[in-house]
Design a protein around this ligand. Sequence first.
Ligand SMILES: CC(C)(COP(=O)(O)OP(=O)(O)OC[C@H]1O[C@@H](n2cnc3c(N)ncnc32)[C@H](O)[C@@H]1OP(=O)(O)O)[C@@H](O)C(=O)NCCC(=O)NCCS
Length: 447
Amino acid sequence: MSTDSSDLIIRDMRAEDIAQVAEIHRKCFSDHVSLFSALHPKLARHLYARYVEELESLGKVLADPDSGKIVGFSAGTLKPGFHRRFLRSHFWMLLWYILLGLCSKPAVWKILARAIFIKDPFRSYRKNPLQFETTPPPGPVGYFMPIALDPDRRGRGNAVRLARALMDHFFDLGVVRIRGNKIDIHNIPSYKLFVEKLGWDCAVIENQCYIVWKDREDGKKLQESRNRRHHENEQWISRPMRLSEIKEVAELYIRCFPDRVNTALGKPYIERFCLQALLERQSAMVVIEDSFSNTIVAAAAGSLEPGFTLRFIKRNKCFFVCRFLLSFLKCPFIRKKVFQRIFFFGKKKNGSEFPKTDPQTGQTIPPGTHLNHLFVCVDPNWQQKGLGKRILSCFMETLFRMGARRIWGCVETTNVASLKLHAALGWKSRQTSDEWITVWADAPSQS
Ligand SMILES: CC(C)(COP(=O)(O)OP(=O)(O)OC[C@H]1O[C@@H](n2cnc3c(N)ncnc32)[C@H](O)[C@@H]1OP(=O)(O)O)[C@@H](O)C(=O)NCCC(=O)NCCS
């Protein structure tokens, strides 16, 4: 019995979906148009794994919640050059399977010959999109890559829902324009979906393919709502951070934490740090905007999974080493920290930043169950006006909505303002070392 299309759910693509997603790709894109359908299935699986693993890329799937079967997917990226990056990271594997394919499949010859000998008008578009598109509003751009639906599930509004989910995700991150993939001039269903049903703008290049793009429509609405708020004297807007605000939030962080190691590592370091908090599916970054001046006055970040900094270092190894060496040479504070570490290495530490056992039940904390409250900060010009409570409540609400059962954080014993702030919102606390107090808050019970 087939599930009604309204029962199908849309959610983020996960590692365990990859095999099914790659299968749908191979079913929907013939081996005359896609090298990933013509070559070994393993390659398509590696390709789609990248959408899940890469911080800047995103994927959505349409799934049957009862059987777990994936019936469609859409994927995109915030960083152009997705296929080039894939080629670089899987060069030898790709080469091997292309050689195998050349031995056994005429379709592989055809695709390669087309790529080498026939001029693709989409390439000149990719090099200079503004030659063909209207001028975009200022801000970051997103790239809508493939969308595919199991042939049995087509024609019931599923494709529109799936595409909208990805578009909404892009726009929620603060993208101002989404660029589509090439649409062949003969691909009527794709044209209908993007242009007729979703209202994307479109241009034809050399009578061979369509290019499509969509701008965020809420620019005008946003201004109207700002004006209304202004009128109603509603100054503070708590909301998730947007991509375009990363620099501003990094500057705020530096103003609020002048003595932290992160600050000594420099603004580009904090920008990447904030980017990870924004883009990781298990993390969150919220801000308060002053709607009168359109500036960010407070921010907070956290993650459902511990080990945020370790993940950051793994993702940015070279960058981290360079920043670290640079600040080691430039900044006496970092040298002092490093020498302190080396000097005290091996000596028994007087406690730690994090308790080994649950302070309430006394039980050992199993790895992976505790959470990570990375930071909360309010612009020094706006402190002691209740904004700390506002941003921390918004942060707690966000993390609890994402599924957190408990949020853990640690505060320096000398940071009276932060300790008072957490206590004011009902966080419990316990001193775990001479320098640190662990704080935690539990999700409200469901009953
Ligand atoms: C901690 C911080 C976010 C508080 O922001 P805020 O906007 O001043 O906080 P609020 O106005 O909502 O006040 C919250 C509580 O803290 C108290 N408080 C705030 N600043 C204080 C200060 N300097 N000294 C004593 N108490 C202070 C307030 O009186 C209030 O307590 P109450 O509810 O019992 O009256 C802000 O001081 C900050 O950004 N500090 C630098 C960054 C930092 O240390 N972050 C925390 C570590 S992760």
